[in-house]
Design a protein around this ligand. Structure first.
Ligand code: NAD
Length: 407
């Protein structure tokens, strides 16, 4: 429990891109009047990265936390109440588990482990330690996603949901230096470090949100392609060709009977496409975002008779019917931005000794949808998500588990 100050003492581990977004989230909480935490330690295996991040913390918060080169050193030397973990996928379990074993509750970035077995290691370590593992899955927490979920799934504004299509085709040059020289892409484009391409990365948000809205996916059928093969000189693996998908075509069958198409390519020269449409018996809803974060930017409705309802009107209706106590629970201190809300949930879970909104077990179910896509491509056949979740099917993941000695 926190010291006499009553403020949760938080460490940030993995001081890269998303850790910066978390920092902005913590700052938003302070600005909204919630000051029940302090960022008191930073950990990154690269000295220049942790030093640069310490300077950012100093600029934003007015103090410079001590910095550590490993979680093992950090938990030995620092007095902490929780660790906010933002490392690459291959290092989720290796950074989360030592923190749990040191008695710290953890928030880890999605997808919470590089494979199903890595998730299981994390979940088992949390049980042994009696500490929670929250997952930094922000999309469903923001005002816009909560509004659209209410509109489609509770208010049923477009009737019974029949099917969806989520497609994005664009042309990214992974062979350019901007990708080859950036640490964040060196690990992201290599299967052993990332676990999968964008299906598993940004797609983790997609899987969590569609499951949150429409329930479990029963079966997926997917074909992957990798058209670009730059050599990536990652510090962890040395020179290797990109070996994750840059293109996929998939069909998702939900237990409810809903069916959806989720197809994407980053290697599509020529005309671009960005369409995220959900069809119901009485109309359609178009996601305003265009990325793999359903309704993070809101959505607009077209009814069967051609009339429309823009997002702004839907949000007004959502807020008007929200019970004040529920509004205070979902948007504490008036905060509506999703990353700030996940940071609040983490701190408040520590201080209130309650379970976080999204935990490792919940996101294991979502990531099983993503991993089933890879297993389906490898099998050349549809795959049941439950068989991936349970570990019965793991051919795609086996080399990753073997390389990192997971399980
Ligand atoms: N929620 C979101 O919208 C979102 C967006 C981007 C990334 N992410 C997730 O955040 C995580 C990190 O992604 P990123 O884009 O910030 O990556 P990044 O490469 O920018 O940062 C990762 C940092 O972790 C450090 N690191 C690596 N191994 C470490 C270890 N063993 N101990 C301590 N530090 C270590 C690296 O040096 C680097 O500074 C991933 O899980 C990714 O999926 C989430």
């Amino acid at each position: 429990m926190p010291d006499a100050s009553g403020k949760a003492q938080i460490a940030i581990v993995g001081t890269g891109g998303i850790a910066g977004a978390h920092l902005q989230g913590y700052r938003k909480l302070l600005d909204a009047g919630y000051d029940s935490f302090e960022i008191v330690a930073l950990c990154d295996k690269f000295e220049d990265r942790r030093a640069a991040f310490a300077k950012t913390v100093s600029d934003m918060f007015g103090w410079t936390p001590p910095q550590y080169a490993s979680v093992e050193e950090m938990v030995e030397k620092a007095t902490l109440d929780g660790a906010d973990i933002c490392t690459p996928h291959a290092f989720h379990h290796t950074t989360v588990i030592p923190c749990l074993e040191a008695g710290l509750p953890v928030m880890v970035e999605k997808p919470c482990g590089i494979t199903i077995k890595a998730s299981d290691l994390i979940i088992e370590a949390a049980k042994r330690a009696g500490k929670f593992v929250a997952v930094a899955e922000q999309v469903r927490r923001g005002i816009k996603a909560r509004t659209m979920r209410w509109a489609l799934c509770e208010k049923k504004m477009i009737g019974d949901i029949r099917f969806f299509l989520v497609e994005g085709y664009s042309n990214w040059d992974f062979c350019s230096d901007a990708y080859k020289n950036a640490y964040a892409w060196q690990w992201r484009l290599l299967k052993l470090l990332t676990g999968g391409g964008m299906i598993f990365d940004a797609g983790a948000h997609f899987a969590d949100m569609i499951r949150h809205m429409f329930g479990d996916v029963d079966e997926v059928s997917c074909a992957l392609r990798t058209f670009q093969r730059p050599i990536l000189d990652s510090p962890e693996l040395g020179p290797q060709p990109m070996d994750v998908e840059d293109t996929w075509m998939s069909c998702l069958r939900f237990a409810s009977g809903l069916v959806g198409q989720w197809s994407w390519s980053f290697s599509a020269p020529g005309e671009g496409v960005a369409a995220q449409l959900f069809y119901g018996s009485e109309g359609s809803a178009r996601d305003r975002g265009g990325w793999m974060h359903p309704f993070q930017q809101g959505g607009d409705i077209v009814f069967a008779d051609g009339t429309t309802k823009p997002y702004e009107d839907i949000e007004k209706e959502y807020k008007a019917q929200l019970d004040p106590a529920e509004a205070a629970r979902l948007f504490p201190h008036g905060v509506e931005e999703d990353v700030a809300l996940e940071c609040w949930d983490f701190v408040d879970s520590i201080l209130s000794q309650r379970a976080p909104e999204i935990d490792a077990e919940t996101t294991k179910r979502a990531k099983a949808i993503c991993l089933a896509m890879y297993e389906s491509d490898m099998a050349g056949a549809p795959v049941r998500v439950q068989d991936v979740y349970s570990g019965k099917i793991s051919a795609y993941q086996d080399p990753i588990n073997e390389y990192w000695k997971i399980g």
